[in-house]
Design a protein around this ligand. Structure first.
Ligand code: GLN
Length: 483
């Protein structure tokens, strides 16, 4: 039962082969049995799950249908869930029970999805390895000595290990696509503004975007359908009609123009990954796609720009966690300054503290023009590169990451080494474009992802290309041993 995709579950529920309650019980038992190896959940919500499953079964018995009605999922633990701990992977929010549901959570609940729990993540979504969580590192089910990627590592590890079919995640600089690549999943970061950020605890507000993590493009289409849409509570949400993503999956790729940036195949890319990317290109050519070499000349500036903008916004967003308005409060403060200092010093881990310091520095008087303003100018250049490229091609294809998942602890003493691994994903966030990662093969038994980028609001095109690719390849069906 645990091997089923969302699409298969929807068919099984519609054909009354099993009930949502039965399936929910099977998956909850599987999580209890297997998750101690992975640490992919921060909280399990058994009671809520069983109540939602029973309600979904009752709705189906009353003649309702819907791809998400009775479908088990989990939320990354930065989506606010009413009355349930929403920790953001931090000691700061260990005892925070959100007073309301995030829009994404409310929309999925209304569609009948069943919430099994809240998944582990890098603290405040800062990281690429899921090692900065206060609740401990998450392990990669493909090799328990390796990281699952981050910051949505809990969602990724849980779905890859077949603990559940799909989960929500967020992507500020790659945190949906990179863990998808590291765990053999399909993950989609939507266009900025496509999915509401209301009730999603902010890391870097101009970059953050929620999206689906699942095993197939077909399932990403189903989950995105439940997440996307205008929300008047989020001033950056865009009032643009949501297409029927599942209906668009079967469009032919004949004549599809795929751009491959020459900058992608530079020295930093593992040659074995480069070869798998070339194989995926050949596969898409067989399906009728036409390949064109393109250039993204400002790509080399994206990492430094991102690692100014993201910490700057984080330092501002995280100022609310001061032990007074939100978050952990220290014992017996001597005065107000002592209260702030110790509450924040105790509540935030080292990576979060590092970024707050970098961000506050970059925004301070005298440095603002040199760092933040400069980074914003680079951001525009990166966007302009994409706009020029999309005049010539329909999608852009390349690796999701330069290397496969590294060993736990391998980059802990060198944060910049981890930042450099974000080179292929960060540009989409800077430009606000949609991006998808899908399985493309293995290196040393570890999964490799191929990334597709599309123009604004062309999530449907990404899902269509990925689905057609998945109908003709079987990388995405491989299951990690032991799960
Ligand atoms: N690795 C990037 C960072 O640490 C991206 C994280 C994310 O997308 N949330 O900022």
């Amino acid at each position: 039962m645990h091997q089923m995709t969302l699409a298969e579950i929807a068919r099984g529920l519609a054909d009354k082969k099993f009930s949502s309650e039965e399936l929910t019980k099977v998956l909850l038992a599987r999580i209890t049995q297997l998750d101690p190896q992975l640490n992919s959940f921060i909280s399990l919500t058994e009671e809520l799950a069983l109540a939602q499953a029973k309600a979904a079964d009752a709705r189906r018995a009353n003649g309702e249908s819907g791809a998400l009605l009775g479908a088990p999922i989990a939320h990354k633990d930065l989506f606010c869930t009413q009355g349930i701990r929403t920790s953001c992977g931090s000691k700061m929010l260990d005892n925070f029970k959100a007073p309301y549901d995030a829009t994404v959570v409310a929309k999925l609940a209304a569609a009948g999805a069943v919430t099994l729990g809240k998944t582990n993540m890098d603290e405040f979504a800062m990281g690429s390895a899921n090692e900065s969580s206060w609740y401990g590192a998450v392990k990669n089910p493909w090799n328990l000595e390796h990281v699952p990627g981050g910051s949505s590592g809990g969602s990724a590890a849980a779905v890859a290990a077949r603990l559940l079919p799909a989960a929500t995640a967020t992507d500020t600089g790659g945190s949906i696509r990179q863990p998808a690549a590291f765990t053999n999943l399909t993950g989609l970061k939507p266009t900025y503004g496509r999915v509401s950020r209301w009730g999603m605890i902010a890391y870097a507000s101009s970059l953050d975007q929620g999206g689906p993590l699942a095993r197939t493009a077909e399932d990403c289409a189903i989950l995105l359908q439940g997440m996307a849409g205008f929300d008047q509570n989020d001033s950056t949400s865009i009032d643009e009609p949501v297409p029927d993503y599942s209906a668009g999956l079967n469009t032919s790729l004949q004549g599809l123009r795929i751009g491959v940036p020459k900058e992608y195949f530079s020295a930093g890319l593992d040659p074995r990954i480069a070869e798998l990317i070339q194989n995926s290109i050949k596969e898409l050519q067989k399906l009728g796609a036409v390949i064109k070499e393109i250039s993204l000349p400002n790509m080399q500036h994206a990492i430094p720009a991102y690692y100014v903008i993201a910490p700057a916004e984080a330092s501002s967003n995280l100022s609310r966690f001061d032990g007074v308005r939100f978050g952990h409060r220290c014992e017996n403060p001597e005065n107000l300054i002592d209260l702030y200092k110790r509450s924040r010093g105790e509540g935030f881990g080292p990576e979060v503290q590092r970024r707050i310091m970098v961000g506050a520095y970059a925004l301070s008087a005298g440095y603002y023009d040199a760092y933040y303003l400069k980074a914003q100018k680079i951001r525009r250049l990166v966007k302009n590169d994409f706009m020029a490229a999309f005049n010539e091609v329909d999608i852009i294809l390349g690796p999701t990451t330069p290397n496969p998942a590294w060993k736990l602890g391998a980059k802990n003493s060198d944060p910049v080494a981890a930042y450099l691994e974000d080179v292929y994903t960060i540009t989409a966030n800077l430009a606000g474009l949609p991006g998808l990662s899908m399985p493309a093969g293995f290196v040393d038994g570890l999964p490799v992802g191929v990334q597709l980028l599309a123009p604004y609001f062309q999530e449907g095109r990404l899902l269509n290309v990925a689905h057609q690719y998945q109908l003709n390849t079987d990388w995405h069906t491989r299951t990690p041993t032991g799960f």
